[in-house]
Design a binder for this molecule. Structure first.
Ligand SMILES: CC(C)(COP(=O)(O)OP(=O)(O)OC[C@H]1O[C@@H](n2cnc3c(N)ncnc32)[C@H](O)[C@@H]1OP(=O)(O)O)[C@@H](O)C(=O)NCCC(=O)NCCS
Length: 239
């Protein structure tokens, strides 16, 4: 596994991981028994190796950030499964993987979500958009030349996922209730649900393998809807 730091985005530190490069034995040995248990459930060796590489890279990256040895890091999962660090819980992070690529985002004191999808043909894009995108997003997709639609669809998808992963609520939030757009711009997103309101800074970027990537950071949360109660973050504007 090869870990490469990317330029920061939405005030989050970012790393890209090549999951098909063999990890160092020391990095592999840092995984917990629970992670090995999950790794063993993969049917195909390649998927198992990629999972191991992603989690070894996550441990190595977080270890470098907080100074705790990689094998001693302990994780806790929130109500909807979002992992946090037990110690150094103020160091927020998120992981995403798509085939041979993983992304790790780290942020101090604010919840972060990240998503990566390799650019590929999306024959079921229209059906997925009908289920998950807002009317404005579906309309914007339909206006595009067919050759541009896969990229725009995956841009929108990764942007939604990054926002959902930042809140930690996953698909308990209606993905059709907030607009992120199909253009990879930077913007502020507001999610309103029965549990409260969350505002996020959202940015898209492309990594070196041409994957579509998005990162979202919680700016302000008006209710305890996030994985863990956030420290009081002053409202800020996002350009
Ligand atoms: C599980 C979910 C958090 C992300 O799933 P995903 O996109 O398939 O997977 P990713 O590779 O991006 O992220 C997985 C990682 O996110 C982290 N994660 C798990 N639950 C999480 C949660 N509730 N919130 C944030 N991060 C979470 C974990 O580190 C996980 O890695 P691991 O499985 O190796 O431990 C969730 O959003 C989901 O189920 N999505 C389904 C896809 C979908 O329908 N999206 C609609 C978009 S419009």
């Amino acid at each position: 596994m090869t870990i490469t730091q990317l330029p920061s985005s939405a005030q989050c530190r970012l790393w890209q991981v090549d999951l098909d490069a063999t990890p160092a034995p020391q990095a592999v040995a840092s995984l917990s028994e629970a992670e090995w248990e999950r790794a063993r459930r993969f049917v195909f060796r390649r998927d198992r190796n990629r999972f191991v590489a992603a989690h070894a890279a996550l441990r190595e990256t977080l270890s470098a950030q907080c100074g705790i040895p990689a094998s001693l890091l302990e994780f806790d999962n929130g109500a909807f499964g979002k992992p946090t660090l037990v110690e150094h819980a103020q160091l927020r992070f998120n992981l995403s993987h798509s085939q041979s690529v993983a992304l790790i985002a780290v942020c101090d004191e604010a919840e972060v979500g990240v998503d990566v999808e390799l650019l590929r043909p999306m024959p079921d894009a229209a059906a997925l958009a009908a289920s998950y995108f807002t009317e404005a997003e579906r309309h914007a997709l339909a206006q595009l030349e067919p050759s541009a639609r896969d990229r725009a669809f995956l841009a929108c998808w990764t942007r939604k996922e990054a926002c959902l992963k930042a809140t930690g609520m996953g698909l308990s939030v209606d993905t059709r209730s907030f607009d992120v757009g199909v253009v990879p711009d930077s913007r502020e997103v507001k999610i309103t649900s029965a549990d409260g309101v969350v505002r996020l800074a959202l940015s898209s970027f492309h990594d070196v393998q041409g994957a579509l990537c998005a990162v979202a950071r919680v700016l302000i949360c008006e209710e305890a809807v996030v994985v863990q109660r956030l420290p009081a973050v002053e409202s800020e504007t996002y350009a």
